[in-house]
Design a protein around this ligand. Structure first.
Ligand code: NAG
Length: 130
């Protein structure tokens, strides 16, 4: 299994066990996450669910917390919402920081595509949690 690291923080942020698609020539990756129940304990109480008219959530704790698997697995932290101006200013700093960590072809591809990648994200900003 491949585990991908954040170049700025060094934190693990993704593994190849999650399906993803490359966008904007690989500058953005779109990863499929799924809602899962965190810490669900399926307790077998020996009863016959069909005899008791049990539904699909039989055996699932009422206190079950639903999480997105990728967010939970890599302990991703949600940032406060950005408006357009804040997002652009954040991206400028991010691009500067990340450019300093890249070299060669990686830097060329990043520089060539990061502006359209930023515009792509900006067009979806209202739908994003960061
Ligand atoms: C850029 O780097 C500076 C200095 O390490 C850091 O304080 C800042 O949070 C970074 N900003 C982004 C958007 O990566």
């Amino acid at each position: 299994m491949l585990v991908y690291q954040d170049k700025l923080s060094g934190d693990e942020l993704l593994s190849d066990s999650f399906p993803y698609r490359e966008l904007e020539n690989g500058v953005l990756w779109e990863v499929d996450g799924h809602w899962v129940v965190q810490g669900a304990v399926d307790v077998d109480i020996g009863a016959n669910p069909s005899a008791e008219g049990g539904g699909d959530d039989e055996g699932v704790d009422d206190q079950a917390v639903k999480v997105v698997d990728i967010v939970d697995t890599f302990r991703l932290q949600e940032q406060p919402a950005f408006d357009k101006k804040q997002f652009i200013s954040h991206m400028k700093r991010y691009i500067k920081n990340l450019s300093a960590k890249l070299e060669g072809d990686d830097l060329d591809v990043f520089k060539k595509n990061v502006e359209s990648a930023t515009k792509y994200l900006l067009s979806k900003l209202k739908d994003l949690q960061l």
